[in-house]
Write a new protein. Structure first.
Length: 115
């Protein structure tokens, strides 16, 4: 009897019967997290599902690594297109970030302090 822990849908890989992307578990696994800590971080998943997803990744590592690389490249292309479509927005965002860093990121500078 074989059980399927991962399914492919909507152009991505997901833990079967859930909305949890395999990507999330793979990145957690690659960063050294244990199956137990991943199960705690994703309460929608059982420990069995986490182990099943990790086993699927290990059995299909070449295919999944290529998929992750394509997803990363797609994200980078969309990010660049977004920056080119509205450069003023990203300039304002960069200016605001610099302003916050110059202010020391204190709660008062973020509007959370009392006057």
């Amino acid at each position: 009897m074989s059980k399927s822990y991962v399914e492919q849908r909507e152009g991505g890989y997901y833990v079967a019967g859930t909305r949890v992307a395999l990507d999330s578990l793979v990145y957690a696994f690659l960063s050294g997290q244990t199956a137990e800590s991943m199960a705690q971080a994703f309460p929608a998943l059982s420990l069995e599902q986490v182990y099943g997803a990790v086993a699927f990744y290990l059995a299909n590592r070449g295919e999944i690594d290529a998929y992750l690389q394509r997803a990363k490249a797609d994200f980078s292309a969309l990010r660049q297109a977004s920056r080119e479509a509205d450069p003023m927005f990203y300039q304002k965002l960069a200016d605001a970030r610099r302003h916050l860093q110059a202010a020391g990121d204190s709660p008062a500078s973020l509007g959370g302090g009392r006057s």
